[in-house]
Design a protein around this ligand. Structure first.
Ligand code: NAD
Length: 433
């Protein structure tokens, strides 16, 4: 099948590469020339496990190509996949300007019957808007479909090749047949819905997962007060099939380019229909506050913060990605800098992205974990990279000036800490403090 993918970010690139791996002929288009040049040279512009070799292999096989010219990509394509960004506007609504521009670009180059598929996360009604934009600009026959994306950064290739489900939202049998054919080499539950329901499934799924995270974080906060251990509580809860064990890990809350913006967007979608989504508003509020537990603990520990040097391990919003969009580290480090603290930071892959996007002075970026801990008054772990899990607390203690370790991701066990003199704070495990 001939496919064009518009927008070569985390979703568009991984989807395009995986569809070429499945044997389809894929052209990926992006407006950012530098990104396309790197991809044409076989270099992945993002850090994503297993992606690089697939790019090289499919470029070599001639099934995958990259361009900055939308017309070149779209002409002759049977399927055009929109995967551009839908970031938050200041009021929390999804910014649809990239989607609308992509629809205009696509409309001008359609040739023959085409299915225009939206993988971007878009508010209910957006695919109908896309249909209107295209219909006003072409006489070619086309259908629209919503096929929301559920991949997780860090395991994006694996998720795309082994999805839990594929949602196909369309009002056209012909489009549905094409989309079933597109995914036929994958073993996944295919759910065919109307367009609006497909758009809603994505928001409802992310809102539900965010709710689980804020729920367990509040349970963790209560555990700290009543002397229970949230890891044991979550373990015990997770055996109940109605609850499930995933997304019950207490910590400093969710971040990234999806949950924060999608929860805000769903609150706005509801609000526009005069529905006050009280539960989700609380989820967002709990999440926003949770990350500051790290700062509050430091405030208590270090009386004279102005002279303090604080080490930070982990800048990406989660492990195995270089994505720092809305990472807890952004607000935590900002709060520390406001207190006049010096910050030394280390991340295995995300430091460059963080430095570019954070743009504030006062952070020393270290090339090794040890350097970010050495001679610090306290060390804070903000991302649960496996590299950190392999460094013993005793080793950390030997690097620190004062023995304070704030573990925002609960990566260490009681046994690992037993032989140290560290003053240790984690999340919802008061027995280990
Ligand atoms: P991204 O910001 O990484 O990539 C978007 C790309 O689109 C950029 O490279 C940008 O240059 C390009 N672009 C914008 N307008 C264009 C146009 N008119 N023509 C060609 N290229 C254009 O975004 P992302 O993280 O891949 O997310 C894309 C969408 O998928 C969003 O709606 C997001 O909510 C959704 N989503 C993301 C994830 C994730 O984990 N990142 C998971 C599921 C769904």
């Amino acid at each position: 099948m001939k496919i064009a993918v518009v927008g070569v970010g985390y979703v568009g690139l991984v989807s395009g590469v995986c569809f070429s791996e499945l044997g389809h002929q894929v052209v990926c288009v992006d407006k950012v020339a530098e990104k396309i040049e790197r991809l044409q040279a076989g270099e992945a512009p993002i850090y994503e496990l297993g992606l690089q070799p697939l790019i090289v292999d499919n470029l070599d096989q001639g099934r995958l190509s990259f361009t900055t010219n939308t017309a070149d990509a779209v002409q002759g394509a049977e399927l055009v996949i929109i995967a551009v960004g839908t970031p938050s506007l200041p009021n929390g609504q999804a910014n649809l300007s990239y989607i609308e521009q992509a629809a205009v670009d696509i409309a001008e180059s359609l040739s023959g019957y085409t299915v225009v598929v939206t993988k971007s996360t878009v508010p209910v009604g957006t695919n109908e808007k896309i249909r209107e934009i295209i219909a006003a600009r072409t006489r070619e026959e086309f259908d629209v479909a919503s096929v929301p994306e559920f991949l997780r950064e860090g395991t994006a290739v694996m998720d795309t090749m082994n999805p839990d489900r594929i949602i196909i939202g369309t009002d056209s049998v012909r489009a549905a047949d094409k989309l079933v054919q597109l995914h036929e080499r994958l073993t996944a539950n295919i759910v065919i819905t109307d367009i609006r329901s497909a758009e809603m499934i994505k928001y409802a799924s992310n809102a539900f997962l965010a709710t689980k995270i804020s729920f367990i974080n509040e349970i963790a906060n209560i555990c700290e007060k009543v002397g229970a251990d949230v890891t044991q509580v979550a373990h015990g809860m997770g055996f109940d099939k109605r609850i499930g064990s995933s997304f019950l890990k207490a910590g400093i809350g969710y971040g990234g380019s999806c949950f924060p913006k999608d929860t805000q967007a769903l609150i706005q979608i509801a609000g526009q229909m005069d529905y006050d989504f009280k539960l989700l508003k609380s989820v967002v509020e709990v999440n926003r506050d949770q990350r500051f537990n790290v700062v509050r603990k430091l405030d208590l520990l270090l009386e004279n913060m102005e002279d303090a040097v604080i080490g930070i391990w982990g800048l990406s919003f989660k492990p195995e990605t270089d994505d720092v969009r809305d990472a807890p580290a952004v607000e935590i480090i900002s709060a520390l800098l406001e207190r006049g603290v010096r910050v030394k930071a280390y991340d295995p892959v995300a430091a460059d992205n963080f430095r570019k996007q954070f743009g504030k002075d006062g952070v020393e970026y270290c090339s090794e974990a040890a350097d970010a801990a050495r001679e610090c008054d306290a060390l804070c772990i903000l991302t649960e990279w496996s590299e950190f899990q392999h460094i013993s607390p005793a080793q950390i203690e030997s690097w620190l000036k004062r023995p304070y370790l704030i573990d925002g991701r609960n990566i260490y066990t009681e046994e690992q800490l037993a032989e140290t003199g560290l003053v240790y704070y984690s999340v919802g495990r008061p027995g280990m403090n």
